[in-house]
Design a protein around this ligand. Structure first.
Ligand code: FES
Ligand SMILES: [Fe+2]
Length: 427
């Protein structure tokens, strides 16, 4: 494989058709959204590299031997609750490669491959092989498995697992740092904010988008779009320019980030930023018949209306009013991804708060009042960029103030993401 070449103005991987003309992440070649070669490299360097991929909330598998089928990148894995904690293994039989566990969720002390009935413990160890010692047939002994066969060498491929306050992560790599170090000091207080006490699982929605997974990562690092694309956000005063904001990248590699928005304690005229510029996302004259969906019961020290926190590469933590979600982002080839919204609440929720959380689940997910536009937007970009892979986007919002962290009209977080992505991918 050819060496990566570095030029004065950017980097170019000579063996592939990907060229970032600026090292600051402000221009992204469209090839990264549709190239199979880039996608395959991501599977190796990101999902099988030194990163923690979010696989489940621990409360999805609350009892011993509970399991969940999911993915790390596009590799199928199973997460199980064991006597010692949690296990995660590649869902591929050590015999001939069949999917072992075919259910999404369940409880099982062991898992049996349907093809030839090899049986594995919930830790992924091989426990039984039919006819291993052959079979007597009349006077003849039919020979079984090769004498040298050692079951200990034929377990399922295991991943490392880390739990952080009810979030479960898995990694293929021995080089991935401890989960606290991986999350980093900028992100941890905000993960703690939403996971500071025991949570309960409320259910999930699933959707597919015909677009590249990184377009969704751009989207959740993009406060600029939030008050422009989403009429509901702006019209009903959930997210507007003029509210106090945070846009914070993690300092280690810039791949995680945090956006928060908090209404000013004294009402200011945040609508004027839209009405003065005639921006279409601010619609006067609209009202909800039942405004209860827009309510917010204060439950944190700072009463943010939005906390959007992508944790690279498979998780977005979200609080919008009182709806709490761990979004799981799963790539399905260069031009498709699956997005699962895992809704949760706290064990000690009052009935009133629980009801509001469930009602506000309507704000997000595939048909969410706010978020249904997001995957439409990522698909528009996918369709617009499918050709001309050497052409680039231009992200200049906030470019002259790269350290400004109190703005929600900025593309700083996206640029930091692409700079980190370039390093991770060797581009
Ligand atoms: S492929 Fe699983 S037992 Fe044969
Ligand atoms: Fe959005």
């Amino acid at each position: 494989m050819a060496e990566t070449l570095t030029t004065d103005s950017g980097t170019h991987a000579a063996d592939r058709d990907v060229f970032f003309p600026q090292p600051d992440g402000s221009r992204v070649p469209y090839a990264v959204f549709s190239s199979q070669e880039v996608y395959d490299r991501e599977q190796e360097r990101i999902y099988r590299g030194p990163h923690w991929s979010f696989v489940a909330l621990a409360c999805e598998i609350p009892n011993l031997n509970d399991f969940k089928s999911t993915f790390v990148g596009d590799t199928p894995v199973v997460v199980t609750r064991t006597a010692d904690g949690f296990a995660c293994w590649v869902n591929r039989c050590a015999h001939r490669g069949a999917i072992v566990c075919r259910e999404k969720h369940g409880n099982a002390a062991s898992h049996t491959c349907v093809y030839h009935q090899w049986n594995y413990s919930c830790e992924g160890d091989l426990q039984g092989v039919p006819f291993r010692r052959g079979q007597k047939q009349g006077d003849i002994m039919l020979v079984g498995m090769a004498k040298a066969f050692d079951p200990a060498q034929h377990g399922l491929r295991k991943l490392r697992v880390a739990e952080y306050k009810g979030l479960l992560f898995a990694t293929f790599s021995d080089d991935t740092p401890d989960i606290e170090d991986y999350l980093g000091p900028q992100m941890l207080p905000w993960v703690d904010r939403l996971f500071h006490k025991p949570i309960v699982y409320l259910g999930c929605t699933r959707q597919y988008s015909k677009s590249n997974w990184k377009l969704y990562f751009e989207n959740v690092k993009d406060p600029y779009h939030a008050s422009l694309l989403h009429l509901f956000h702006t019209t009903f005063n959930i997210f507007r320019v003029g509210m106090s904001a945070r846009s914070i990248p993690d300092a280690t590699h810039g791949l995680h980030s945090l956006i928060t928005v908090t209404k000013p304690s004294v009402e200011t005229n945040t609508a004027s930023a839209y009405t003065d510029q005639k921006i279409r996302s601010m619609q006067d004259g609209f009202a909800l018949e039942d405004p209860y969906v827009l309510g917010q019961i204060p439950e944190y020290e700072e009463n943010c209306t939005n906390q959007i926190q992508p944790i690279f590469p498979q998780l977005v933590i979200q609080q919008i009013h009182n709806t709490l979600v761990a979004r799981q982002l799963l790539p399905k080839g260069p031009s498709n991804f699956e997005l699962v919204f895992h809704f949760f609440g706290y064990e000690d929720d009052t009935p009133e708060l629980r009801e509001l959380r469930l009602l506000q689940a309507n704000l997000v997910g595939p048909a969410g009042y706010i978020s249904m536009e997001d995957t439409e937007a990522t698909e528009l970009v996918q369709r617009g960029t499918a050709r001309d892979g050497d052409k680039t986007s231009f992200m200049g919002m906030g470019l002259d103030a790269p350290d400004q962290t109190n703005s929600n009209i900025t593309e700083n977080l996206i640029r930091r993401f692409w700079a980190g992505y370039q390093r991770t991918m060797g581009y």
